[in-house]
Ligand binder design. Structure first.
Ligand code: PLP
Length: 379
């Protein structure tokens, strides 16, 4: 089924009593038994809830997976996946992944006995030489946040499969509309549903989608045992949001492309990072593994012409805020905000500078957005 149809219908119809066209919210902590061992498939909301099941069926269908677990936040999803590993295990990942994931790996999970190599994942040889006999997982984020670097999914998955290593892909930036890593052979896809999947900046959530029975058993067990599952009301909001995913992604992308092209010509902008620009150096890879370019772009502001503070202060439609993927445009400084937890060394290694500006392009009228940016870019 086409993703536009799937996102509207799959999993949704849980109300057999009144035939509601939207999924009911089941705000209950527990479910009563008719007799010992006899219930209607649910016993306790941490373990399972029909509203959450609806969202899980929907998201599994969008990514082409056999199942999905939805979690309280994107970070809760990443945390649960780390528990697939045991002390001594090693993970290879990018040096330009989302700052919060970098912090979880580098400062929290490293205390639990896991080890990590943060490498330039665009370079297959660098990834190969980081691998040891202890490597048990490859954590891939593509395109990366915020510099939109692309990792070759097929090459990484092939490398991991040769060595029996689990591949987990953070697909938050592309959403299932523009990229489907399970189809390319990845074991796990993770989303911060806070972003494009929900799309309205009114909930935080995460999702883990898998395609093998073994992964399903292990991940469902962990999400319940760790207690990181999503609340029914939050799951309901995300399910409401995902129904318009395809249409929102098209609108985000059209606006982002127009803005990226405009900024690339602006005298006060030094460089623009956007997969839809001919200047993006990884064109072949983009065509091979992505169905579109998405709504995120970053650029280097020429701060000798206009200061960061001045630029942000003059903007009217771009709110200075972390997060991304909502219908309203947001803008931020990864160095000072979303990625600050990486520390100066981590930031420098990833290529982020104090002048890097990340834009989550919304679905407003693009002429208004361009005029707003032009005004703020003037001295
Ligand atoms: N992965 C990426 C690429 C993100 O951008 C984020 C949040 O910004 C996360 C994971 C974490 O998700 P959450 O904020 O929902 O916990």
């Amino acid at each position: 089924m086409n993703i536009k149809t799937n996102s509207v219908h799959t999993g949704v119809y849980k109300d057999k009593s009144y035939n509601s066209v939207t999924t009911p919210i089941y705000p209950t902590s527990t479910f009563y038994y008719d007799a010992i061992g006899k219930n209607k498939g649910y016993d306790y909301t941490r373990s399972g809830n029909p509203t959450r099941t609806a969202l899980e069926e929907n998201l599994a269908s969008l990514e082409g997976g056999r199942g999905c677990c939805v979690t309280a936040t994107g970070m809760a999803a990443v945390t649960a996946l780390m528990f697939l590993l045991k002390p001594g295990d090693h993970v290879v990942t990018g040096n330009d992944i989302y700052g919060g994931v970098y912090r979880l790996f580098n400062q929290v999970m490293s205390q639990m006995g896991l080890t990590f190599s943060f490498v330039n994942m665009r370079n297959v040889d660098e990834v190969k030489s980081a691998m040891t006999d202890k490597t048990k997982m490859m954590w891939i984020e593509t395109p990366s946040n915020p510099l939109l670097n692309i990792v070759d999914l097929e090459a990484m998955i092939a490398l991991a499969k040769e060595r029996g290593i689990v591949t987990a892909v953070d697909n938050t930036f592309m959403s299932p509309y523009f990229q489907n890593p399970l189809e390319l052979g990845a074991d796990i896809v993770m989303h911060s549903t806070t972003k494009y999947i929900n799309g309205h900046s009114d909930v935080v959530g995460g999702a883990i989608i898998f395609n093998s029975e073994e992964m399903e058993d292990r991940i469902r067990y962990l999400v319940n045992a760790l207690g990181v599952s999503e609340a029914p009301f939050d799951a309901w909001l995300v399910l409401r949001g995902v129904k318009t995913l395809a249409h929102r992604m098209e609108a985000h992308q059209a606006n982002a492309l127009a803005i990226a092209q405009h900024l690339e010509q602006h005298a006060h902008v030094k460089k623009v990072y956007y997969p839809g620009l001919a200047s993006h150096p990884q064109q072949d890879l983009i065509k091979k593994q992505m169905k579109g370019f998405g709504g995120m772009l970053s650029f280097e502001l020429d701060t000798s012409k206009v200061s960061l503070d001045q630029f942000f202060a003059k903007l009217q439609y771009f709110n200075l805020a972390e997060s991304l993927g909502g219908i309203e445009s947001l803008i931020e400084s990864p160095w000072h905000m979303s990625h600050a937890s990486m520390g100066e060394d981590g930031l420098k290694a990833s290529g982020i500078t104090p002048e890097t500006i990340r834009v989550s392009v919304g679905i407003e009228e693009v002429k208004d957005l361009i005029a707003d940016l032009d005004n703020a870019l003037e001295k």
